[in-house]
Write a protein of this length. Structure first.
Ligand code: SAM
Length: 231
């Protein structure tokens, strides 16, 4: 993979960037995504934020190598601290991390989100709690996509601020409000796999010497919900 050949997952993330955007890619790693967006002229300006030195240095090399120093600013920083007010960032991308970490980054960086018009998030796990955070902070999920690549299924969540209360019920939080509507073979595959895993866990719980009743009950509820959705 490089800036000319993004993975399918990152291509899908990039497709949700509106032309003419000023983006911040947080956890940019090698900065391929930011470089691709600038080279395609989809983004006008990019911040590539990285908290770890190794990836940050890879990003520095990438940006220099492509001669993109005027369009991409590299910042060694934790989360949204990479964004400065005079960057006028309108789109924040956080991809390839756990949902809990993405949620922490958003939560701690709320002061930087005032002028942001779009969040493009790709949690590797823990999407439901991330959706809960988005709704609680008045972000509406306007696009969701699943991408299957190299044996993994990824969820991309695109949320825009709406300035009014947003509510998702438990089903929408778990499956994704739009993914739930769309369904499709990748959706079915993901949830069939989850169902099999949960059923296996439930069997193990039932075989325990002291059955953990509350845990068993919550797995039973999850299993019923998945079965209902897959029906
Ligand atoms: N975003 C790229 C992608 O989707 O392919 C890279 C994903 S990589 C698995 C996660 C990157 O996020 C790592 O380079 C890690 O150093 C960085 N990271 C983790 N926590 C971070 C934080 N709090 N702020 C900025 N970067 C962070």
């Amino acid at each position: 993979m490089d800036e000319h050949h993004l993975s399918q997952r990152l291509q899908a993330v990039a497709s949700f960037v509106k032309p003419g955007s000023r983006i911040a890619d947080i956890g940019a790693d090698h900065a391929y995504l930011a470089a691709a967006l600038i080279l395609e002229k989809r983004a006008l300006f990019a911040i590539a934020g990285e908290v770890a030195k190794g990836p940050f240095e890879n990003a520095v090399e990438e940006v220099k190598g492509q001669g993109l120093e005027k369009k991409i600013e590299l910042r060694l920083a934790d989360g949204l601290a990479a964004i400065h007010d005079d960057d006028h960032i309108d789109t924040v991308i956080i991809a390839g991390m756990g949902g809990a970490l993405i949620r922490r980054i958003l939560d701690e960086g709320q002061a930087k989100l005032g002028a942001v018009k779009r969040l493009i998030l790709q949690p590797n796990v823990g999407a439901p709690n991330l959706r809960r955070w988005l709704a609680a902070h008045r972000f509406q999920i306007n696009h969701e996509q699943m991408v299957e690549e190299d044996g993994h299924i990824y969820e991309i969540i695109v949320a825009d601020p709406v300035g009014m209360p947003v509510h998702y019920d438990d089903r929408e939080l778990m499956f994704g409000p739009l993914l739930l509507e769309k369904g499709g073979p990748v959706f079915d595959k993901k949830w069939q796999d989850e169902l099999a895993r949960d059923q296996h866990t439930l069997t193990q719980l039932e075989q325990a010497k002291q059955v953990p009743v509350a845990k068993k009950h919550s797995f039973q509820q999850r299993i019923e919900l998945i079965q209902e959705v897959l029906r």
